[in-house]
Each structure stands twice: as structure tokens, then as C-alpha cells.
Design a protein around this ligand. Structure first.
Ligand code: XMP
Length: 508
């Protein structure tokens, strides 16, 4: 850990990672820790106990080693579950609420002298997500703020120990950032700074040290993470081999465009054209899981045979959220991208100290900021995510070169229309899928019996949930007209208005 960083204890709340992000946005170093790791913390500058889904009255409710927590002598803030836990530790009690309070609520500042609320409006909107409340408090506890019914939602136990029931880290808490900033800057905390320029300088030095004269190999796709990774390695002045596998399931002109994108930033890539192998392996296969398995396994084989037996160092674009998941739930995070990485081979390399993960400290938006400071063009940094199995998950049923060509042409028109209309950057991910149905239409004076295209455009935070985008009709109309008029074999265009859940973002 960085000395004097803000340590956030993860009680399983959906916003815990967001607290870390907000603290960093405010310019201070921060990491997330499982509560059991409190004793391992080395000179934290402040400690935040995050929210969690449990009730403090549950038999196996997660706890905090209060004596240890206080022994650091640094400012402490409990948010939601964290506040309830601190209230109990200070001799108060927590009662189950009659109803669950979820959503916007009014914050009324009761103690304008409280350092947490300096400069905060007397009344503002905050975001609540809890059912228990801190009804009984020990003597000496100050109520710093209440909700509009007078129920305490912010407590102060000492000059440096606070609790808030609401979530300052979400944007629905209108003055949440000020409240969090106050905690970090008005309570006497001595905090380490976080800024991407300093991070970059440190990273470049570290990479030089770690790599020495060895050759580093990395897989690149043209996506944000692998692009930033490859450019970072190149800027560190180490020997890099960037491998790009063309699966034949790429979008229109994708391979030459990715090649040009890398040339522009000064990192030549090695293109491995395995498209024929992929198409041959997928011949006659219609089951989605089967398709994924074939593509995943073949990708691994192609990558490692191109990499060769004697890999000196492998660089991966692992980000902080992947590391956190595996650290706190001890779990399945490593499985997420198993189809891209031969896990056992990577594990072997890891055990030998041959895996480099320079982005593992960063969130996605920080990777973009780093990319920008490395001079990577906006277009590359804001490219929509593209799935490893490529167009195979956007052409349900058997994959054929003809179907891929139709899907590519329609997708290209759709994406260009989104760019032309300025909607591309507002959308998190967009694509065209070729549906496995033929529909009747009329073209000229004749009956047609041709394919249907489904257009999709979604917004999402982390791909776990997604909503379709209410695009202007003229954008939809322009794309539809162009597809119907120019893509051979298509006589119908649909716009997918399914949320995830229950749908997924991709078709398969
Ligand atoms: P779904 O369809 O599951 O997609 O809602 C969620 C996000 O993940 C991407 N996706 C993948 N990415 N390999 C990847 O690297 C995959 O196998 C894969 N499957 C889906 C999808 O494009 C969306 O952004």
C-alpha cells in the first residue's frame, strides 16, 4: 500500500469501489481492502468503512477490529453499514428500520460546525440505501445531520471520527463530493496525493526496472486497455512484441485500422491472420456455447504458438476492478477472461515472476487519462468495447463468410452514423447483429425474402446492467435507410429496445 493513502474497507456494498474512485478524483491515493486485512495496513492516512448488504444484527455480520482501527490515530469515516458498525462500537445501538429507505432523501445539516459539513447547503439531496438506523447513541455523540423527519443520518463521535448514513460517492448525492472532500481535507488527515502524471512517471521507471533487457510480449486487440499497455511499455523504452490475432470475426476494416492506430502511436504490431482456421473450426456449429468454446480455445492456441515457447515476460492489461474482485471474494475474477488467456500457462509464468500487470492499480477512466497523457488519440481511448468472440456473437447460428459480410456492412453504416451524428461517445456500446431469420418484403416491384438486421446501442457502467439508448429518430432513420438501400440481402432493420437484464448486451 502507499503510505498515507485512504484505505477503504469493503463490506460488500455495491458502491465501495466508487468510494475509492471518488477519493482518487479528489487527488488522493486510495485502495480497497477486505475488512479482515485491517491489521495489515501500514500507515494509512485515513480509513473509510464502506457500505454493505448485511445488517449489523445478523449472526455473522462482518465486523471491525475497533481497537486496531483506533490505534492508527487517523480520521475515520463510516458510510452506511460502516456508520452503523461504528455506532455500535461507540456504545450505541442499531435498530431495524420499519421500511427500507432506498433512493433520494433530504439531508438537513444540524451542526454547521461539523468539519464534514463546512460549506455544504443546509438542505440538499442525498442518496440512501439502507433499512437499519442508528437510533440510540452513546453520550457525547453529536448529531451532525438528519433527514427531513429528524432521524440522524450523520454522527460525530470525536473530532476525527464520523458516520454518514447516505452515500456521498454517488452523483445522486448532490453535495456528496464536497462532503467527502471535507472529510479528507478538514479533519487533519495527512494524505498521499494521487495524480496520473506522477503515476505515469513512476510506472515508466518501474517497468524499466522490472523488464531490464528482456523482451515483453503482449496481446493487443485495439481496445483501450491493451493499447495503453503497449504504448506504456514502448514509452518505457523496453523491447515489446505486440501480437494481434485476426480471428476473421472482426468488423469491417478493423485489422488495418488497428494496425494504423498502433503505427500512429509508434508501436508496430504483429498481425497473426488466423481467420481461415477460425472459420473452418466454426463450420456447421450453431450452439452459442460451443461457438464460444471453439473460439476461446483456438485463440489461446494461436496466441501461444505465435508467442513461441520461450516467453521472457508476458504483459497483461489487468485493471484494478479485476484485482479487487479476486482479492476480496477470493474468487472467480480470474475466470472472467479465461477464453483469452491460457490460465495454467499464465499461472506458470506468474509463479516464475514473468507476468507484468502495470495497469493493475487503475480504474478504466484512469487508464483513459493515462492513455491521453501518453498521446493516444481520443478515438482509440473511447472505442466501444468489442467482445473477444467478435462477430460470432452477433451472427446467431452458423457463421459463414456471406453472413459475416452482411453483418460487417450493416455495422459499419450504423457506427458511422453514430459518429456522424455525434452520438457515438454518448453510447457505451453499439453494433449491428444479423438475425437468423428471413423476412418477406418488396424491392422494386418484386417480393423479396431477405435477412433482418438488429441495431443495438446501450449505456452501461460496467456491462453488468445496460439500458438501450433513446437515440433521435433521424439517426435511426438515416442508418436504416442506408442499410436497406446499400446492404445486399437485407430488407428489414430493427432497433433493439431490450434492457439487460433480462436480455444481454450481445445476441449470444
Ligand atoms: P453480455 O452480452 O454478456 O456482454 O451482456 C457484456 C459485455 O461483455 C462483452 N462480451 C465479451 N467480452 N469476451 C469479451 O472479451 C467475451 O466472450 C464476451 N462476451 C461478451 C460484450 O461485448 C459486452 O460489452
Amino acid at each position: 500500500m502507499t503510505p498515507n493513502e485512504v484505505a477503504v474497507l469493503d463490506y460488500g456494498g455495491q458502491y465501495c469501489q466508487l468510494i475509492v474512485r471518488r477519493v482518487r478524483e479528489l487527488g488522493f491515493a486510495s485502495h480497497l481492502y477486505a475488512p479482515e486485512r485491517l491489521a495489515e495496513l501500514n500507515r494509512p492516512g485515513a480509513i473509510i468503512l464502506g457500505g454493505g448488504p448485511r445488517s449489523t444484527s445478523d449472526a455473522d455480520a462482518p465486523d471491525v477490529d475497533f481497537a486496531k482501527l483506533m490505534s492508527f490515530g487517523v480520521p475515520v469515516l463510516g458510510i452506511c453499514y460502516g456508520m452503523q458498525l461504528l455506532n455500535i462500537k461507540h456504545g450505541g445501538t442499531v435498530r431495524p428500520g420499519v421500511t427500507r429507505e432506498y433512493g433520494p432523501a433530504k439531508l438537513v445539516v444540524a451542526d454547521a460546525e461539523c468539519p464534514m459539513f463546512q460549506g455544504v447547503s443546509r438542505e440538499s439531496q442525498v442518496w440512501m440505501s439502507h433499512s437499519d438506523t442508528c437510533q440510540d447513541r452513546s453520550g457525547g455523540t453529536k448529531v451532525a445531520a438528519t433527514n427531513e423527519d429528524g432521524v440522524p443520518v450523520a454522527l460525530q463521535w470525536s473530532p476525527t471520527c464520523f458516520g454518514i448514513q447516505f452515500h456521498p460517492e454517488v452523483t445522486h448525492s448532490h453535495e456528496g463530493t464536497s462532503i467527502l472532500r471535507n472529510f479528507l481535507t478538514h479533519t487533519g488527515a495527512k494524505l498521499a496525493k494521487f495524480d496520473i502524471q506522477a503515476f505515469k512517471a513512476r510506472m515508466l521507471e518501474q517497468i524499466k526496472l522490472d523488464v531490464g533487457s528482456r523482451e515483453v510480449i503482449c496481446g493487443v486487440s485495439g481496445g483501450v486497455d491493451s493499447t495503453v499497455l503497449a504504448v506504456l511499455l514502448q514509452r518505457a523504452g523496453v523491447k515489446v512484441r505486440a501480437l494481434y490475432i485476426d480471428t476473421g470475426l472482426m468488423r469491417l476494416n478493423e485489422t488495418p485500422e488497428v494496425k494504423a492506430q498502433f503505427e500512429e502511436v509508434g508501436v508496430p504490431i504483429e498481425v497473426v491472420d488466423a481467420s481461415e482456421r477460425f472459420l473452418a473450426a466454426l463450420k456447421g456449429v450453431t450452439d452459442p456455447e460451443q461457438k464460444r468454446k471453439i473460439i476461446g480455445n483456438l485463440f489461446i492456441d494461436v496466441f501461444w504458438s505465435a508467442a513461441g515457447e520461450k516467453v521472457q515476460l508476458l504483459a497483461q492489461g489487468t485493471l484494478y476492478p479485476d484485482v479487487i474482485e479476486s482479492a476480496t471474494s477470493g474468487s472467480i475474477a480470474s475466470k472472467i477472461k479465461t477464453h483469452h488467456n491460457r490460465v495454467d500457462r499464465i499461472m506458470e509464468l506468474k509463479a516464475q515472476g514473468k507476468v507484468l500487470e502495470p495497469l493493475a492499480e487503475l480504474f478504466k477512466d484512469e487508464v483513459r487519462a493515462l492513455g491521453q497523457s501518453l498521446g493516444i488519440p481520443h478515438r482509440a481511448l473511447w472505442r466501444h468495447p468489442f467482445p473477444g468472440p467478435g462477430l460470432a456473437v452477433r451472427v446467431p447460428g452458423e457463421i459463414t463468410p456471406e453472413k459475416l459480410a452482411i453483418c460487417r456492412a450493416a455495422d459499419d453504416i450504423w457506427i458511422k452514423e453514430l459518429r456522424r451524428s455525434g452520438e457515438y461517445d454518448r453510447v457505451w456500446q453499439a453494433y449491428a447483429a444479423l438475425l437468423p431469420v428471413k423476412t418477406v418484403g418488396v424491392k422494386g416491384d418484386e417480393r423479396s425474402y431477405e435477412a433482418a438486421i438488429s441495431l443495438r446501442a446501450v449505456i452501461s457502467e460496467d456491462a453488468m446492467t445496460a439500458d438501450w439508448v433513446e437515440l433521435p429518430f433521424d439517426v435511426l432513420r438515416a442508418a436504416s435507410n442506408k442499410i436497406l438501400n446499400t446492404v445486399k440481402g437485407v430488407n428489414r432493420v430493427l432497433y433493439d429496445i431490450s434492457t439487460k437484464p433480462p436480455a444481454s448486451i450481445e445476441w449470444e
